[in-house]
Write a protein that binds this ligand. Structure first.
Ligand SMILES: C=C(O[C@@H]1C=C(C(=O)O)C=C[C@H]1O)C(=O)O
Length: 381
């Protein structure tokens, strides 16, 4: 689904009620917007794109594009959204503009980070020690620590070029660009289609091999790794718990499987849910799930406090829900990973890693390097 222009920007507040407030804004708009939607499929009709701050008090985005072009299961559609009398409403596809040429951004240079690699290694070592020593009140079992990297180009980045490169290299990922947050994430926080909901949980990472033999070996080692299973388990549990009391039926893969991407491979678990009536909408589900242990840690409050103390990074909209939602509460929200905050000719790239008792700081740093490569390759071309 590609949307451009802006028919409406809906207010999203801050604080713990922000997901509810956003849902109310969208419902308010839908209440006085007549919709002609002959297809009536997920993503047709009135939709909004949305991107959330990781922290409750950060700025989030909920925007209704003026034009949406979508494709799903062989069916394609164009939606025009505008005020009464907007000529595009008569025949949305007739009014599609030809694309402007893509402008290359030229050579790029890296320009440091919020925290040096050395300081990040220290933070990981401290987190590992805290997990091992059970220091503090509630024992911490996992925390996800992230870092960033700043890059600048000669000319402003053209988001379309980055999206094209990401889509080519990561065909199985959710590729997104919303208000300057651009990326290709493999992880689905939540998708909802009526009473069916789905989450794809990832945690536990290995690099790809240089050839098939090495690749298979790295994958087999990842599947058998106790340390990576320790990282994966709380991530699945946090998603399972979020559905407590609202699921009529919940199916979780009995064992994690390998999800292979161009730069890394992950342990993956699919969670499929049949929601109880009345089925909570997408943003209510997001409020329950965010932040999942896959990008925060476990237990959640202890992990959040550790992140604030050790990470020394403003996550912005990294590691938070990103995707689309419609007024009936259906939609898809990925977790904004393998992404960059793009501002003109500057971009800030993010990557993190789950830290558990068995983590080695140097190995975690290397893991973030592999993850950063997703955006670096899109930027470097
Ligand atoms: C935090 C990131 O990824 C998360 C952490 C993973 C891990 O530690 O193995 C794997 C997938 C994601 O849930 C990231 O890509 O920045």
């Amino acid at each position: 689904m590609v949307g451009w222009g802006e028919a409406a920007r809906l207010p999203v507040g801050t604080g713990p009620g922000r997901f509810d407030a956003a849902r109310d804004s969208l419902a308010g708009l839908a209440a006085y917007t007549p919709v002609d939607d002959p297809l009536d499929r997920p993503g047709t009709g009135l939709v909004a794109t949305t991107s959330w701050a990781f922290e409750d008090d950060g700025p989030s985005v909920l925007s209704v594009p003026a034009t949406v072009v979508g494709s799903r299961g062989g069916q394609r559609w164009v939606t025009a959204i505008g005020p009464p009398g907007d000529p595009r409403l008569e025949d949305p596809s007739a009014a599609l503009p030809g694309p402007a040429p893509v402008r290359p951004h030229g050579r790029v240079r890296y320009a440091g980070a919020s925290q040096s690699e050395l300081a990040w290694l220290d933070a990981v070592a401290r987190a590992t020690a805290e997990i091992r020593d059970h220091a503090g009140g509630e024992p911490l079992t996992k925390v996800v620590l992230a870092r960033d990297r700043v890059v600048w180009a000669r000319e402003p980045f053209d988001t379309r070029l980055l999206l094209q490169r990401l889509a080519d290299r990561f065909p199985s990922c959710f590729v997104f660009a919303i208000d300057g947050l651009v990326g290709a994430t493999p992880e689905l926080l939540i998708g909802r289609d009526g009473r069916s909901a789905r989450s794809l949980v990832l945690a536990g990472t290995a690099p790809r091999g240089r050839d098939e033999v090495e690749d298979a070996e790295l994958g087999a080692r990842l599947l058998a790794s106790a340390k990576d299973r320790d990282e994966h388990r709380p991530s699945v549990d946090s998603v399972r718990e979020a559905f407590d009391g609202i699921a009529e039926d919940l199916a979780v893969d009995p064992e994690p499987w390998l999800l292979r991407l161009a730069n890394v491979q992950h342990l993956a678990t699919d969670v499929r849910v049949h929601l109880r009536e009345p089925a909570p909408d997408l943003l209510e589900l997001a409020a329950r799930l965010h932040p999942p242990a896959a990008v925060c840690g476990s237990p959640r409050d202890a992990a959040r406090a550790t992140i604030r103390r050790l990470e020394q990074l403003d996550r912005g909209r990294y590691a938070a829900p990103v995707g689309w939602v419609d007024p009936s509460g259906d939609g898809e929200l990925g977790i904004a990973l393998r992404c960059a905050e793009v501002d003109g000719a500057r971009a800030r790239l993010f990557a993190g890693a789950g830290i558990v008792a068995g983590s080695l700081p140097e190995a975690e740093l290397e893991e973030t390097r592999h993850k950063l490569r997703a955006m670096q390759s899109a930027i470097e071309g």
